[in-house]
Design a protein. Structure first.
Length: 550
């Protein structure tokens, strides 16, 4: 018997009972949570959106807006269990939309602003989405045109709602109506939304999260990161990403009755003035941005003294860079090693400096089960490096509509195979040592090798391709595509391969940074492409180039 969830394995009943009895699952829903906060302190500011003349929405206002939009969505035939692809920049409407959907039990599908036609078409068709929500133009890109293309490819997509000038679509501003009583609101153990996985397969997989499990990850994070009603969280990363959404993120801040400040971009010239003006107390960054911030802090004229905590995660933060955070920014560093599938680890605010700079933290929950295993799934002792498997009160038991993939990504007893290679210290902290999954981590932006390989293989001159990571000082890793051309094919330049990938309508961060042409791939003992050798080859090549340049 499992808890009823739609289209994905749920938590087995005995686990659900345990998580409830332990108090991890509080029986709350997102819709009710906002209602409660708005009742407690309607006049307190919830969201600061500095775009245009600046907007400050109180809890009362956000609650009322969510109600009106929820009623409007229902009026448009969108209801419980329906999927709605949400692709919005860091603007206040992001919260209006997702809370409206939460209230009626429709499931936001969290796309990133960087996604393009290929990804969005997949999300809309795979989830059989009822609607797609975009902004008119953001960062110079016209999402209405993207929506037009997606609609042509996914005729079942009924609605496109646009924040701002709708063009040929429907203005989101025209949707809200007088609030109605929602007849069949979602229950705490129901799905709340579908989050995206960075993945390692041909197409991104969808992660089904429930109200109960995600809300636990929020308040659990709040306790660890010291978030309370006095906190001010700056959302500098794309709001839909799991890290700024939940670790503790904007939703954690709203759960605590705190204030969320939205940064349209994460660069110091945008973020530092906001920190000063709004008295920001904590924020989260990926390692490359943390480096930029520590550099910029040295010369900034802005007062950053309100900043108490900087969370850094999404990719491995080097010890050297980690040591610079406190001296440069005058705040406490918390490393965070998390995944949209669930498990989140933090260094603690009172951990000794050595642990904070050399580990990626320990799990939120005493009920997070951690296994570090060898290739045969045998448990390894503390201190040994191996594959990280995990199970717990906010880690999924399976991806959405992916039974075949679930059979390999989860053990029979429900542990998620993270694909991360880690070591556990005596103190229970985890150190990320590498990765077994076929993925490139470009400074926190995950690229599934297979996905890019499939696109490059479609090029008429390409016979075979292998995409691997290459070391990079700034991003940690970049992508390198090794290509074998067809015999007798016209010679192709690497720029043409990059252009080809871009023109297939993919997020820019997925375009390979470098393309290398070879006659054949190195092979493993049993004749598979040896990506290990390819990674070593490109790393050596980069070292040689660097050496001749110095
Ligand atoms: P995703 O499954 O797309 O949510 O990405 C989660 C993955 O990001 C993890 O499984 C890790 O591979 C990587 N990751 C996240 N945070 C860290 C970190 N602090 N250090 C190293 N890798 C990280
Ligand atoms: O990389 C991630 O996916 C991630 C990093 C930090 C995450 O999902 C999180 C914290 O919750």
């Amino acid at each position: 018997m499992t808890e009823p969830t739609i289209d994905a394995p749920g938590y087995p009943a005995e686990f659900a009972e345990r998580y409830r009895a332990a108090g991890w699952w509080r029986g709350e829903t997102f819709g009710q949570m906002l209602r409660d906060r708005a009742a407690e302190h309607p006049e307190r500011v919830a969201i600061v959106d500095p775009a245009g003349d600046g907007r400050r929405w109180t809890y009362g206002e956000l609650d009322a807006r969510a109600d009106r939009l929820a009623a409007g969505f229902l009026g448009h035939g969108i209801g419980k269990g329906d999927r709605v692809v949400v692709q919005l920049p860091n603007i206040a409407e992001f919260f209006e939309v997702v809370f409206a959907l939460f209230r009626i039990g429709a499931l936001p599908v969290f796309a990133l602003p960087a996604h393009r036609e290929t990804e969005i078409t997949h999300f809309c068709s795979f989830t059989e989405a009822a609607a797609y929500v975009v902004a008119d133009v953001a960062e110079g890109y016209d999402y209405r045109e993207l929506a037009t293309k997606v609609r042509a490819e996914v005729p079942a997509l009924k609605h496109v709602f646009v924040v701002g000038d709708p063009g040929e679509h429907t203005a989101l501003a025209d949707v809200p109506t007088d609030p109605v009583v929602v007849e069949d609101p979602p229950r705490p153990h129901d799905l709340a939304f579908l989050q995206l996985s960075g993945g390692s397969t041909g197409v991104p997989k969808l992660i089904p999260r429930t109200h109960d499990d995600y809300i636990y990850s929020l308040w659990g994070s709040n306790e660890i990161c010291g978030v309370d009603e006095h906190s001010v969280y700056l959302c500098a990363l794309p709001a839909a990403h799991n890290f700024p959404l939940s670790s503790p993120g904007t939703l954690g801040a709203l759960y605590a009755g705190a204030r969320v400040v939205l940064a349209p971009r994460p660069s110091p010239d945008v973020a530092f003035p906001l920190i000063e003006r709004e008295g920001v107390t904590l924020t989260g960054l990926v390692p490359p941005l943390a480096l930029v911030w520590t550099e910029a802090a040295g010369t900034t004229a802005h007062d950053l003294s309100s900043l108490e905590v900087l969370l850094v995660g999404g990719a491995k933060f080097s010890e050297e860079a980690a040591r610079r955070v406190r001296p440069a920014l005058g705040c406490t560093l918390q490393q965070v090693f998390g995944m949209a599938e669930g498990l989140v680890n933090y260094t603690r605010l009172d951990d000794p400096e050595e642990i904070v700079v050399t580990t990626q933290g320990r799990p939120i929950s005493p009920d997070d089960e951690i296994r570090v295993v060898d290739d045969q799934d045998n448990d390894l002792p503390v201190g040994a490096t191996g594959h990280l498997l995990t199970r717990g009160p906010y880690t999924i038991r399976g991806y959405w509509r992916a039974p075949e993939h679930n059979a390999v990504s989860f053990t029979e007893d429900g542990f998620y195979r993270t694909g991360d290679v880690v070591r556990r210290t005596e103190t229970g902290h985890l150190v990320v040592e590498g990765r077994a999954k076929d993925q490139i981590n470009r400074g926190g932006e995950k690229v599934a090798a297979e996905e890019i390989e499939n696109h490059i293989l479609a090029h008429p001159s390409v016979h075979d391709v292998a995409v691997v990571s290459m070391p990079d000082d700034y991003l940690g890793e970049r992508t390198c595509a090794y290509v074998v051309l067809r015999e007798g094919a016209e010679p192709v330049k690497s720029i043409a391969i990059k252009k080809f990938v871009r023109e297939r309508g993919l997020a820019a961060f997925k375009v390979p940074d470098r393309v290398e042409f070879v006659d054949a791939f190195p092979q493993t003992g049993i004749g598979k492409v040896s990506k290990k050798d390819l990674r070593a080859a490109i790393a050596a090549r980069l070292r040689d180039t660097a050496a001749t340049q110095h």
